[in-house]
Design a binder for this molecule. Structure first.
Ligand SMILES: Nc1nc2c(ncn2[C@@H]2O[C@H](COP(=O)(O)OP(=O)(O)OP(=O)(O)O)[C@@H](O)[C@H]2O)c(=O)[nH]1
Ligand SMILES: [Zn+2]
Length: 210
């Protein structure tokens, strides 16, 4: 266990948090937990091949759950006043996340679009992909990931509309449990003008490449 680290955390420290966690990654605690897990499953953490595994796995979690310490507001800080006031849509943004029920990956793509504010203020295209990463790199459920991306855009860009569609395969449904390989879950979140049937139809047509 990390020195003095709490064994329970308060509600503001949960994975549902949208801002960054105030606690730094506790590598020593993560390593100890991985070593315990190896013992629990019947392995010998002191055999040659496993000696560096706890440290390696700790570094891996620091990386794949790094979104817990990133601030969506920071990602969306760059904005330009280009006067473009129509739909901007980035399709097929790769998503890698960890399902919070099993801590195994779910992965697929996200499509993120918005109709800028009336003043035409837009953000950099890469920032939409970075925003997906901020929320994907946390213990997640796909529905929350989808709505957190949409709500962060609403909060920080004040756009007239937002559409987020996420399509993922959950390894907790394919490599274990019900074992249905290839099943893809599709979730969407629409905000503002993109709830209107005509604007939504335009966005969905672009999204499907038509
Ligand atoms: N809604 C939602 N469910 C998810 C997501 N990721 C995993 N799940 C589901 O979470 C559920 C957890 O169900 P439990 O019955 O508590 O766990 P389990 O016994 O491991 O369930 P099985 O996967 O059916 O074996 C499962 O049905 C998963 O498919 C997600 O992103 N969204
Ligand atoms: Zn799962």
């Amino acid at each position: 266990m990390g020195a003095g680290a709490p064994s329970r955390i308060g509600p503001l420290e949960t994975a549902a948090l949208t801002g960054p966690s105030s606690r730094p990654f506790d590598a020593a605690r993560a390593e100890a937990a991985v070593r315990e897990l190896l013992i629990a499953v019947g392995e010998d953490p002191d055999r040659d091949g496993l000696l560096d595994t706890p440290a390696r796995v700790a570094r891996m979690y620091a990386e794949v759950l790094g979104g817990l310490r990133e601030d969506p507001a920071e990602v969306l800080r760059t904005s330009f006043d280009l006067g473009h006031d129509e739909l901007v849509l980035v399709r097929d943004i790769e998503v890698y996340s960890l399902c919070e029920h099993h801590l195994v990956p779910f992965h697929g793509v996200a499509h993120v679009g918005y109709v800028p504010a009336a003043d035409g203020r837009i953000t950099g295209l890469s920032k939409l992909a970075r925003l997906v990463d901020v929320f994907a790199r946390r213990p997640q459920v796909q529905e929350r990931l989808t709505s957190q991306v949409a709500d962060a855009l609403v909060e920080h860009l004040q756009p007239r509309g937002v559409i987020v569609v996420v399509e993922c395969e959950h390894l907790c449904m394919s490599m274990r449990g019900v074992r249905k390989t290839g099943a893809r879950t599709v979730t969407s979140a629409m905000r503002g003008q993109l709830r209107d049937p005509a604007t939504r139809a335009e966005a969905l047509a672009l999204l499907h490449g038509r």
